[in-house]
Design a protein around this ligand. Structure first.
Ligand code: EPZ
Length: 429
């Protein structure tokens, strides 16, 4: 297994191109199942999760073609993929694949809407929590699906197709909202979703579906209304920039000091996180090209932050903020309200010298003047990258093990950081 070696202490300076969002790309690729025509997605990041989803969709009969680079094209631009679900040959998604990536469970919605049946393995828990799918099942039932759970599989059927209905989510769920939106596009009649997730990735999915001929209004608010249509067509859509990658590099600069332009980043996708970063003492400036983050000298101020659904502070930046505040001049508190077990990075940050105490869902971080490099290991994507950030600001050498977690969600991480002066390299196994 590959490792990443980092020698900390360098300020970051230069520019980092922000990739297309992983968490928008996955539902957009899945939405390709809703039409017989070709869906062309641009700005798709090169990530292990995209490759895995490609395999899962391939098993269902979806043809995916990845366009090569044109001469003169920007080497940092994302890829263009053609998703063509002309013939769906299978409506089953097996445990060995779905258990590797939770989002692949969402295929249940378009399969059911288009084919009238789907048998998809329950994804199971993961390192950040139990992560049930009861609300996704509830949403499909509200649209008239008959659901049975057998042998760890969700078996969903409709006799006469899905019909519009009212879905009221008791908790905000991104995956539940994606599932409900996709299923409702091809249902007969009108669907109303209350307490819908307002995450930008839901808006991106709805924009693409509307270009495909769907009639969705209110995406980006907590009430989404969908008028079902008979069929959807293909379109061309560019994936929105990754707000979590943006926030991650912004926190890296806030921690190491320096001056970096995050190219193509859009402030409105992560305003609450940018406000927190600014409150730690970094300067955050929106420019025509993206977001500029700088910190030149000065201490890192402590923060009080609670993770919330969008537009609140995202859980996917909680680990990175914990790394940043581990070097603050004072004590910070970070409360995690979305996932019950998303603190696996605490023990590893402690190996670098961080002082963090956990009490239920709240972490108390007593800032220390310096961190020191050490071998560390991570258990999920965002936890791994929090260790990278901390290592960039630590004295001496850190090796991060289990790099495959990073490859799931950060495109060309070492190259992007090295281009800004970080001493970082991948050690191949
Ligand atoms: C999405 O996961 C993201 N994944 C996660 O990013 C992100 O952390 C999460 O949303 C929250 O923003 C993708 O987009 C691929 P949820 P999702 O349903 O949709 C509970 C990353 O690192 N819940 O919004 O699975 C659930 O347990 C990943 O990129 C139920 O109780 O998250 C959680 O407490 C990790 N029943 C809360 O809702 C359900 O049926 C929010 O989860 C579904 C969810």
């Amino acid at each position: 297994m590959d490792r990443i070696r980092i020698v900390g202490g360098q300020k970051l300076a230069g520019s980092i191109p922000i990739s297309g969002a992983k968490n928008a790309t996955l539902p957009l690729m899945i939405a390709g199942l809703l039409t017989q025509d070709t869906l062309i997605l641009e700005n798709v990041p090169r990530l292990a999760d995209v490759v895995l989803l490609q395999r899962i969709l391939g098993n269902l009969g979806v043809d995916i073609m990845i366009a090569g680079k044109r001469a003169g094209a920007d080497p940092n631009s994302g890829r263009t993929i053609h998703v063509s679900a002309k013939n769906i040959v299978d409506t089953n998604a097996s445990y060995d694949l779905v258990s590797q990536m939770r989002a692949s469970f969402w295929v249940v919605a378009p399969l059911l809407a288009r084919m009238g049946e789907a048998k998809v393995s329950m994804p199971g828990g993961c390192a950040i929590g139990t992560r049930p799918v009861d609300l996704l099942i509830m949403a499909l039932q509200d649209l008239g699906a008959e659901i049975e759970i057998d042998g760890g599989y969700v078996i969903a059927r409709t006799k006469n197709g899905l019909r519009g209905g009212k879905i009221v989510f008791p908790t905000v769920t991104v995956g539940g909202t994606h599932t409900a939106v996709m299923a409702a596009t091809l249902a007969r009649g009108t669907t109303e979703i209350e307490n819908a997730a307002r995450e930008p990735e839901v808006g991106d999915l709805a924009d693409c579906l509307n270009k495909m001929g769907a009639k969705i209004s209110g995406a980006g608010t907590s009430r989404i209304v969908i008028e079902g249509v008979d069929k959807l067509n293909g379109t061309r859509h560019s994936v929105l920039p990754d707000r979590i990658e943006t926030g991650t590099y912004a926190m890296a600069v806030a921690m190491t000091g320096g001056d970096v332009l995050l190219q193509n980043a859009r402030p409105e996708l992560l305003q609450s996180a940018l406000d927190v970063i600014a409150s730690t003492g970094a300067s955050v400036t929106a420019t025509n090209e993206g977001i500029r983050i700088a910190r030149n000298g000065g201490q890192i101020a402590p923060v009080e932050v609670t993770t919330q659904p969008f537009p609140g502070f995202p859980t996917d930046l909680q680990a990175q903020l914990m790394a940043l505040t581990s070097r603050a001049n004072g004590t910070s508190h970070i409360t995690e309200t979305i996932f019950e077990n998303r603190f696996m990075h605490v023990q590893e940050l402690a190996r670098l010298g961080a002082r963090i105490k956990l009490d239920g869902e709240t972490a108390t971080i007593e800032g220390v003047p310096r961190l020191r490099g050490a071998p560390v290991m991570a258990t999920d994507l965002r936890a791994s990258v929090s260790l990278v950030i901390a290592a960039l600001a630590a004295e001496g050498e850190t090796t991060v093990n289990r790099v495959y977690h990073l490859d799931r969600g950060f495109e060309r991480l070492e190259a992007k950081l090295a281009a800004c002066g970080a001493q970082i390299e991948r050690l191949s196994a």
